[in-house]
Design a protein around this ligand. Structure first.
Ligand SMILES: [Zn+2]
Length: 42
């Protein structure tokens, strides 16, 4: 069984489509925007 750490290391790094900064895996459900660009108050 592959470990969770190995699984994420094999994934390509995601980047925000708006500002181009690296995204955390947790932002997946919001599409391709980082927390800054996807902030509802902005
Ligand atoms: Zn962004």
């Amino acid at each position: 069984m592959i470990s969770v750490v190995e699984f994420f290391k094999n994934l390509p790094k995601k980047k925000c489509h708006q500002c181009g900064q690296d995204m955390n895996e947790k932002a997946d459900c919001y599409g391709n925007l980082c927390d800054e660009c996807d902030h509802p108050a902005r």
